[in-house]
Design a protein around this ligand. Structure first.
Ligand code: ATP
Ligand code: MG
Ligand code: MG
Length: 540
């Protein structure tokens, strides 16, 4: 279903891909299984789907698993879930690790062609040389010497471990990415898929152009901060085309702007830190900008797609406002989500209606006035009602108020605590003939009678993980961590809320939109239902 909806909203992508032919375009989404997908990855995934659809071509999904130190099965499994949730329709699923044998063959051919050399300059010194555009003493090693060191690297020997295999490009290039980047390095860590079979691994720069070409990718979409790498990618690809038997097809790079959000970090390394330090409860925490986190917080997948495709093909890197995406979401949920009632527990006040129905009466009302499929709910009206302290405190003695979904009442007495001024009790009588349009206060209430079996609720709201609006390159994000990001309050919910399921989205009258995270009863007796507030795009 996914991409078809995307296509409808995608008028802004009238910029096409270079050299694209209908029916022949192949795009790919290449996540590294080193974390769950975040909203930036969702953009990458949906754009690749969009262009594959636009040209009636194919989308490939490839796990880019070339670094055993960062990758895990847990991430593969969750990325698969995220891909399913995003509705990606891909032609096939591959792993860069499937190509390790060919990549090793390729490495040897590159060495024989004099296009790679082994370098045992220590990492830091190598970085400095690259910065200065200075050639390493190892650059002149003979093919024989490089082949010998290649075997040492493949064996993961001490000598092998001390070396990195580098592309021999141009140490004088103004483009730093052309200064002999590393192509292979040793790593003895267990690889999530190939175990200990390999002792050396290609870098992303080395593996990507080859795998793109052999898989027949016609257009490789990349974020524009890698634009410097375009020259490098094409150099590497054309070197491979020369050494690989039978050659390799061309791949076009097409770049688009990276997605950034205010008060947010979008980098798996930084998000990993939040998870590992326990500042969030895992990758699917509703405060995380991961696909799982934002869906759990109540974002509809359609809203995510609409937002991403509304970004257009702009190549400027901008910071997006979360309000924008939540506003799109609100437009989708408001017309259909059922309405329920909840009263904050803290400071709740009993209103006694002298002429309230006793025994209580039960009426059936729609769960959404304009959306019949939302069904109906029972509302119990009694002689005593629970009101919220904030509402009670606003009432003056003798004032006529409206009890939501019932009618008017006149408040005859307001009792306050002498010390704190808080309202402790209210008395009143019904005036159902009164005009609901003429009252100032519309009150949320729940009958305080045994027949109205209210549900205990825990309402959670969240704040940004990061205090600074626009996190910059040289900011240390750890200095910008918001100390308090979770707010909990207890409430009583109407009895109908018992039947809500995990993931159900509702509106709590006069409070806002909520998503059920833990339905009634799942955690056993005495444990409240857990609901998360869904942002509605209005800045708090
Ligand atoms: P991160 O820094 O979050 O780990 P990455 O690029 O290292 O990102 P990958 O798993 O390699 O993570 O990314 C998969 C694809 O998603 C790549 O094509 C990458 O360019 C793209 N991508 C990653 N972050 C963003 C973003 N913020 N906006 C758009 N595309 C992104
Ligand atoms: Mg990457
Ligand atoms: Mg990254």
């Amino acid at each position: 279903a996914g991409g078809a909806e995307g296509g409808d909203a995608g008028g802004s992508f009238d910029i096409g891909l270079p050299g694209a032919e209908e029916g022949k375009v192949v795009t790919r989404f290449p996540p590294e299984p080193s974390g769950y997908l975040h909203i930036g990855h969702a953009k990458a995934a949906l754009l690749n789907q969009y262009f594959a659809d636009m040209y009636k071509g194919k989308l490939l999904v490839r796990f880019d698993d070339t670094n055993p130190s960062k990758e895990k099965d847990e991430f593969v499994e969750n990325i698969m879930k995220d891909i399913a949730d995003l509705g990606l329709r891909y032609e096939k699923l591959t792993y860069t690790s499937d190509y390790f044998p060919q990549l090793l063959d390729l490495g040897e051919r590159m060495i024989r062609a004099g296009l790679m050399y082994a370098d045992d300059t220590p990492v830091e010194a190598m970085r400095e040389q690259r910065g200065r555009g200075e050639e390493s003493a190892c650059r002149g090693r003979s093919v024989e010497e490089n082949l010998r060191l290649w075997e040492e690297m493949k064996a993961g020997s001490e000598v092998g471990l001390a070396n990195a295999m580098r592309f021999k490009i141009d140490m004088k290039s103004v483009n730093g990415t052309m200064r002999d980047p590393v192509a292979f390095r040793c790593n003895l860590t267990h690889h999530w898929r190939t175990g200990t079979k390999y002792k050396l691994y290609p870098t992303y720069d080395c593996a990507c152009p080859f795998v793109d070409a052999v898989e027949g990718v016609t257009h490789a979409l990349r974020t524009s901060e890698y634009r410097d790498r375009e020259e490098q990618y094409y150099w590497i690809l054309s070197a491979y085309q020369k050494v690989w038997p039978g050659g390799l097809p061309h791949v076009h790079i097409w770049d688009y702007s990276r997605l950034n959000f205010v008060n947010t970090v979008l980098s798996k390394r930084k998000l990993t830190w939040f998870v590992d330090t326990g500042r969030v409860d895992g990758w699917a925490d509703p405060r995380m900008p991961t696909v799982q986190g934002i869906l759990r917080r109540g974002l509809r997948i359609e809203a995510l797609k609409e937002f991403i495709l509304s970004q257009g093909a702009s190549k400027n890197i901008t910071f997006q406002e979360w309000d924008k995406i939540w506003t799109i979401n609100k437009k989708l949920i408001d017309p259909v989500c059922p309405r329920h009632t909840a009263v904050d527990v803290e400071g709740k006040v009993l209103l006694t209606l002298e002429d309230g129905p006793s025994p209580p009466e039960v009426v059936t009302v729609p769960r959404h006035l304009k959306y019949p499929p939302a069904g109906k709910k029972a509302v119990t009206r009694g002689r005593t009602l629970w009101l919220e302290q904030a509402d009670a405190a606003a009432i003056s003695e003798g004032e006529e108020v409206t009890l939501m979904s019932w009618g008017n009442a006149v408040i005859t007495a307001v009792t306050r605590d002498a010390a704190t001024g808080a309202v402790t009790a209210l008395a009143g009588k019904l005036n159902l003939a009164g005009d609901v349009k003429k009252t100032k206060l519309k009150l949320t209430w729940l009958a305080a009678v045994p027949e109205c079996e209210t549900v205990e609720l825990s309402l959670l709201d969240f704040d940004y993980l990061i205090t600074k609006k626009k996190v910059e390159e040289d900011d240390n994000f750890m200095d910008l961590v918001n100390p308090v990001t979770k707010f909990e309050k207890a409430a009583l919910g109407d009895p109908n809320m018992r039947s809500l399921q995990k993931g159900d989205v509702i509106q709590l009258e006069r409070k806002g939109y909520y998503i059920v995270d833990e339905p009634h009863g799942v955690k056993g007796a005495g444990k409240p239902m857990v609901l998360f507030a869904i942002p509605d795009g209005r800045t708090k």
